[in-house]
Design a protein around this ligand. Structure first.
Ligand code: VOV
Length: 250
């Protein structure tokens, strides 16, 4: 059986960080404010890259305790992701963080429902889907997932028509959330520990729960999907991150 064709866009790095509280609280408030001022320059640089369509960038304060912050980067190459990593690590702010989780993937559009004869390079809609900016939506939800490979529910042993049927039903559920939830599916076979990263954006986080719950009852998820850890958070601008960090500083 042949693997389905995919369109692959920008490489994605989800960088989850937790603040080293003791170290952060041990510096005085003026030094803490200076660390955040310096960090602003880094964030502005990443946002400039997004504005110039050289990549994407978002920062989020996470709920719960799996991690405190998510920095989300997209770039045309892994090398450019690594450059962004080095720029982050070069900041003083980075010294007050430790890694909590990390995920590397590449934006993926499946070929199951693709229209034939489209010139991908010239198609603006496809280009935007392959190189998506971080939308101005308030909340993010990220989790990695697999399609099951154990008998009798082995996704990879289904014939193509059956997989397409499942994904059409899946897409129909997704479309009920048009305007409420925006999804970025990124493939990570050979890049990270799971097969896909799912990044969802919404202005109301209850829509994450409702969408994912709806999908659980659909065969493509109910029979074939396995999920990793879920992370949910709120998008913040430079001021929002600084306010949060200064509150944590006390
Ligand atoms: C906003 C919601 C939304 C919408 C509209 C949507 C639509 C679609 C369409 C039309 C297609 C098929 C693309 C093709 O192949 O042409 C897909 C494909 C895919 N999806 Fe999706 N998805 C959504 C949302 C959505 C969610 C919430 C999840 C997580 C699953 C869950 O249970 O938690 C998911 C997963 C995937 C995956 C892993 C794939 C790739 C499967 C493969 O084997 O390649 N997805 N998805």
């Amino acid at each position: 059986m042949a693997a389905p064709q995919t369109l692959d866009g920008w490489y994605v790095w989800h960088d989850f960080r937790t603040i080293r509280r003791e170290a952060w609280k041990s510096i005085d408030v003026h030094s803490a404010a200076a660390v955040m001022r310096d960090f602003t320059a880094f964030v502005q640089g990443e946002l400039d890259a997004q504005r110039s369509r050289l990549g994407s960038f978002g920062q989020f304060v996470l709920a719960g305790t799996k991690a405190d912050l998510l920095f989300l980067y997209m770039r045309p190459t892994i090398g450019e992701l690594n450059e962004a990593k080095a720029r982050f690590e070069a900041t003083r702010f980075a010294d007050f963080t430790e890694r909590a989780y990390s995920y590397v993937s590449v934006v993926e559009l499946g070929g199951y429902l693709a229209k034939p004869g489209v010139d991908v390079e010239q198609d603006e809609v496809l280009q935007l889907r392959l190189k998506p900016p971080v939308p101005q939506m308030r909340y993010v939800c990220f989790y990695p997932m697999n399609k099951r490979r154990t008998h009798p529910d082995n996704w990879y042993m289904l014939d193509e028509a059956e997989r397409r049927k499942h994904l059409m039903a899946h897409g129909q559920i997704g479309r009920q959330f048009a305007g409420k939830v925006k999804q970025i599916i990124s493939g990570s076979v050979g890049l990270d520990d799971w097969e896909w990263g799912v990044t969802l954006y919404a202005d109301d986080p209850i829509h994450f729960k409702k969408l994912i719950y709806e999908m659980r009852f659909d065969e493509s998820s109910a029979r074939f999907a396995e999920f990793g850890p879920f992370y949910v958070g709120e998008q913040v601008d430079v001021e929002g991150l600084t306010t949060w960090m200064m509150t944590l500083h006390g």
